[in-house]
Design a protein around this ligand. Sequence first.
Ligand code: NAD
Length: 252
Amino acid sequence: MRLQDKVAIVTGGGAGFGEGIARRFADEGAQVVVNDIAESDGERVVGAIRQAGGTAFYCKADISLGPDSQRLIDTTLARCGRVDILVNNAGVPQRNMPLTELDEASFDRIYAVNVKALYWAAKYTVPVMRRQGGGVILSTSSTAANRPRPGVVWYNGSKAAVDTITKGMAVELAPDRIRVNAINPVAGETQMLAEFMGGQVTAAMRERFLATIPLGRFSQPLDIANAAVFLASDEAAFITGVCLPVDGGRTV
Ligand SMILES: NC(=O)c1ccc[n+]([C@@H]2O[C@H](COP(=O)([O-])OP(=O)(O)OC[C@H]3O[C@@H](n4cnc5c(N)ncnc54)[C@H](O)[C@@H]3O)[C@@H](O)[C@H]2O)c1
């Protein structure tokens, strides 16, 4: 068990990569706080973890909002007494479209969930980890951060912010023994995929995209979860400030 007795918060843990991370963390012995804005999804993942013998509870919060973020940390402390691992995974996509066509509300939402949530999470989690003598912060970025493609310009920028924030936090928080890393998945088989492809994924679109991934498939939640277990575990004790592509060679 590589995360035995660690207390881990996974935001956006009700679906996709976050669900994969929450389940793998629980398999490795972590107590998992499954956060999601979608209650039924969060509760479903908690049910699946408990069914498999793991420990988890659901906490509803919109992580783009300061009071919600604070409540997520406070609830975790009240129930588990500490926060060892925070996974900033929740994110929202940009529907594929010309860059001048995205409306302001969608732009603001992308930056509120993908970027500002990291600010709130740091504000409320870092003091706790400092008091504890250390911790791990992990964020789900994207290959969009360092290989921006057309049609998702504003999303690309939000994930580039995640990478730069990750590196800055890593050096600033290293004296506190708080490690900060990111994972950069290539397009994954989750509900988000259709948005990146303009609303639906046709067979031709799949083929075109897959041709750009040397290992020849989309990422799966388990790929991201396995990388997250490693980076969150003590096996990665000397790794901080890394933005790890999990991309089948896409960004080579
Ligand atoms: N799927 C991809 O192709 C892909 C590729 C690279 C990176 N990513 C990133 O991976 C992360 C997870 O994406 P996914 O593909 O699993 O998507 P998903 O839509 O399957 O899951 C995202 C989850 O986050 C939740 N969520 C959204 N906004 C929230 C908020 N404000 N507060 C709390 N929860 C919220 C949603 O309800 C959903 O359950 C995101 O950060 C995304 O940008 C996805």
